[in-house]
Ligand binder design. Sequence first.
Ligand SMILES: [Zn+2]
Length: 324
Amino acid sequence: MLAKRGGCKMILRKLKKSLVLQKYDAIIPRLRLNFPHLQEIEREQALRLKGYKGEKAVEYHLDFLAVDATILHDVCLTVMGKQFQIDNIVVTSHGIFPVESKNYSGTITFDTVLKQLIRENGMKETGYDYPVTQAELQKFKLQMWLQERNLQNIQIHPLVAISDPGTIIKVKGEKCEIAKAVAHGAHIPGMVIQKNNDYKEKHAKISAEKIGRAILKECKEFDMDVMANHGIKATDILPGVQCPACGRLGMKRGYGKWACERCFTLSKNAHLKAIADYLLLIKPWINNKEAMRFLNINCKSLANRILKSSGLSYEKEFKRWAKK
Ligand SMILES: [Zn+2]
């Protein structure tokens, strides 16, 4: 969490790699090369990584608004027992602006009559969910969430940010309708400022920080059972310490260091990533026996020493280590 008023910056929640993408990153190097659907899993990871990079690009532009507004990235809230995600929320003096980041390459065409989005990349046309409808739906959910907390009569204006400045945006139908809600990332701050100025004339001031903190308080980290979704069992996850230089699994421990047999890289703490992978993918805790298996070491006291110095906390009752 990052909250600074000193420098007049109010970014309550920074963007970071999602738990789901972290899981994909950890899983792929630990599957055997002939694992069924490996390509599909890799495609999914690439798509999510592209999305994350797009979100980073949009975050860069939005954060300029932090001088006057309260900003939260990667928001996940619950309304009526169901989770919903919003890439960015900007709360200004007179309104709330949910901003979705979209990363498309090539040319995109918004069809305002048929409510569809078509992307052309020179080779073929692909249809996508209509982002304007998605944004309106999110506005509706956010409105319900605010109402449940007695935060009423707040203006909400959803926006869609196209993260790649090279994407060509075309409209079939009502241009104004799209221009109100969709723009390249760099134009979004200007749109927020202008709309906020419009709101100032007719609507009461709101407490941006108070609303931002209320959202932050209930913001959850979005999670998904990636392993189950792709039919991956815990036994499919290959053990071993991964070489930080060449990516090979199975570094050998000797003389207080890990050594790669392929590229001869030496590492003092390559086991930290392996333990983190275990906690992310297998179980949220690890015991001595499992550490020996997963790190591929055959000395109990070495495993104990490693676990002790890995920044984990010991749960005496269960004789296991977990994240602090
Ligand atoms: Zn290596």
